[in-house]
Design a protein around this ligand. Structure first.
Ligand SMILES: [Zn+2]
Length: 260
């Protein structure tokens, strides 16, 4: 009963907002892969990538796409060994943290020894990890790979920590599309970014300064990863409103470690 009243009030508020204030409004009923509920997805801004949210859990399209791909590739994901680098507090990260029985989260804190724990989160640099070989079935990153300085090291380190048959499943904005990948920044001698073009920063939950954008990836990311890992790689684009998945730049890349 309480939930029904809540739902009624929420729908009324949305209706008022829709008619009076919103200049853009898009809504869609569907099933959210992150909170695993029937829900209403709503956007009040035409930039769906950041604004088309699940009204139940607040997740955004690329997080739903990532979780959907994880579930499709590994239906038994709850029992698998999963490493997520730089997770957030909602969407797929929240579901993985709650339900995956063997889930390890890491952040790169910079000022602590690699492999140490800070408030239960392990300090790891994707480019030089302290994990043993073949520890994980799945490695997850979500909009992280556009901030790495040395992709060769990061992708091959991830590959090293994957079990055979495992995969790195990740979202990354492929903003260059069919144009070749461009390096956007390199690491200066003081550790700060030296931008080769207009400086670009993305929000970072553990650093108020944000994270510098170091690469503008194109679809050739597939070939680049293959060159570094010698394994196949796939790019998956989902446009499926039944799951609230519609937006620009929500390709999911699956970097496989083939069974040898
Ligand atoms: Zn949700």
């Amino acid at each position: 009963m309480k939930n029904k009243i809540k739902k009624y009030i929420r729908e009324k508020i949305i209706a008022i907002y829709e008619t009076r204030f919103a200049t853009f409004f898009f809504k869609q009923k569907g099933f959210c892969p992150c909170c695993e509920q029937d829900t209403l997805f709503i956007a009040r801004n035409s930039w769906l990538r950041d604004h088309f949210k699940c009204t139940n859990c607040g997740c955004i399209p690329r997080e739903r796409a990532l979780m959907k791909v994880i579930k499709e590739y590994y239906p038994n994901w709850e029992t698998l060994a999963i490493h997520e680098s730089s997770p957030g507090n909602r969407g797929h990260s929240k579901l993985l943290r709650e339900k995956a029985q063997n889930y390890t989260e890491t952040q790169f804190f910079g000022n602590t020894n690699l492999g140490d724990y800070v408030n239960g989160v392990r300090n790891e640099d994707l480019e030089q990890q302290t994990f043993d070989d073949a520890m994980f079935d799945i490695v997850v990153t979500s909009d992280v790979m556009e901030h790495i300085y040395n992709p060769e090291k990061a992708f091959s380190e991830i590959q090293r920590t994957l079990k055979s048959g495992g995969a790195h499943i990740f979202s990354v904005p492929i903003i260059n599309k069919h144009k070749a990948t461009q390096r956007w920044a390199k690491k200066g001698s003081d550790g700060e970014p030296v931008f080769l073009f207009e400086p670009e920063w993305h929000g970072n939950p553990i650093d108020s300064k944000g994270s510098p954008v170091t690469f503008h990836w194109g679809y050739d990311i597939k070939d680049i990863i293959k060159e570094y890992t010698a394994d196949e790689c796939e790019i998956i684009y989902i446009d499926d409103l039944n799951y609230g998945i519609r937006a620009e730049y929500i390709e999911i890349v699956v970097q496989k470690k083939n069974v040898k």
